[in-house]
Design a protein around this ligand. Structure first.
Ligand code: TRP
Length: 334
């Protein structure tokens, strides 16, 4: 890399609108990593094609995701924020790695099984090889560290297996990446079914807080959040609803669960839910304002995309050329 920093790679799919879970579980942590690591964050639009997209909405969502990365505090001068589809090396390495991945391995992927069950009418080959494209994303940048949610851990393991297999045959081509699962806020649950992860694609609008929800909507959704029997604000396994709200509140304010219990001692769920709603609404206000400004400044965002696409292409192509050479593909005559 350019300096001695370790490389960090992550990204989100360019579908749907981000939730508070995506923000507290990922985006907010990413912002704190950019001093320590050389960071690459992709808008993973190729992965989004595994589900049929409406082209105009898809384009808008991808751009909106890009602007949210920046609005959340990722400085596009310090972090390489780019579109996956603008760097053709992803698809090219993806193909090569397909040839180093066994169907037996892919058959074991739990996310494939879940998604196949959910989209029984469109179990396409892309959905099946999704983890291989993801491995290509990571390995192209020689990433040391990959911050992901627990649901992506298996994909990171297969990525490591593919990289090790390749290195065993051809020598040290790829850096073997480590998963980085952040301690705080790793998993924010649905406000309606706190046993389930807060998901972008939940059909119940009250289950998720969207990053672009206005303050009244946010407060209303928290007021409607499912709580548990009893009336105490206490963190406990048998109180998944309240515990989830406490995690959210803790993530935003930096308070520990004990501090939160003390703060709301003697108060009921109603007061607590209102406090969480107001705190979250306040936390998101500056991000939302910045987002609106960025979406109105086409030239700025276009400039960021162009510059970072080029940077990503430079590093990705370096790895791709090396891989092509190793496997014996003939060099192009330039
Ligand atoms: N599969 C990831 C998700 O849905 C998105 C993703 C694609 C990703 N490629 C990646 C994450 C590479 C980390 C690294 O959340």
């Amino acid at each position: 890399m350019l300096n001695d920093k370790k490389v960090l790679y992550s990204g989100m799919q360019a579908t749907g609108t981000l939730t508070l879970g995506n923000y507290l579980g990922a985006l907010k942590n990413w912002v704190n990593l950019s001093d320590e690591y050389e960071c690459f964050y992709g808008v993973m639009d190729l992965h989004s094609l595994t589900v049929r997209q409406v082209p105009a909405d898809f384009r808008k969502n991808a751009r909106s995701l890009y602007a949210l990365y920046v609005a959340a505090g990722l400085d596009p001068k310090k972090n390489c924020l780019y579109y996956q589809s603008h760097v053709s090396a992803h698809a090219e390495l993806g193909w090569i790695l397909d040839c180093f991945t066994y169907m037996g391995e892919l058959n074991r992927m739990t996310q494939f099984k879940d998604k196949a069950a959910k989209h029984a009418d469109n179990i396409n080959a892309g959905l099946y090889t999704y983890p291989v494209l993801m491995a290509a994303d990571i390995l192209l940048y020689q990433a040391d560290m990959v911050p992901v949610g627990v649901d992506q851990k298996q994909h990171l393991e297969i990525c490591r297996d593919i990289a090790e297999r390749f290195n065993n045959i051809y020598g040290e081509v790829f850096t073997i990446p480590e998963a980085y699962i952040p301690k705080a806020g790793a998993k924010i649950m649905s406000l309606q079914e706190p046993e389930k992860k807060m998901s972008k694609s939940d059909e119940n609008v009250n289950a998720t807080i969207r990053l672009l929800d206005d303050p009244d909507t946010i407060i209303r959704k928290f007021k409607r959040a499912v709580t548990d029997s009893g009336s105490e604000v206490r963190y406990s396994e048998d109180k998944p609803g309240v515990s989830n709200l406490m995690s959210i509140y803790g993530c935003v304010t930096g308070k520990t669960m004990e501090e939160i219990e003390r703060e709301f001692d003697g108060k009921g769920y109603g007061d607590f839910k209102l406090a969480v709603g107001e705190t979250v609404a306040d936390e998101l206000k500056p991000l939302q304002k910045r987002y609106e400004e960025l979406m109105a400044d086409k030239a700025f965002i276009d400039g960021c995309i162009k510059e970072n696409d080029e940077k990503a292409r430079y590093f990705a192509n370096k790895t791709l050329r090396k891989v092509q050479k190793k496997v014996g593909l003939t060099e192009q005559i330039r």
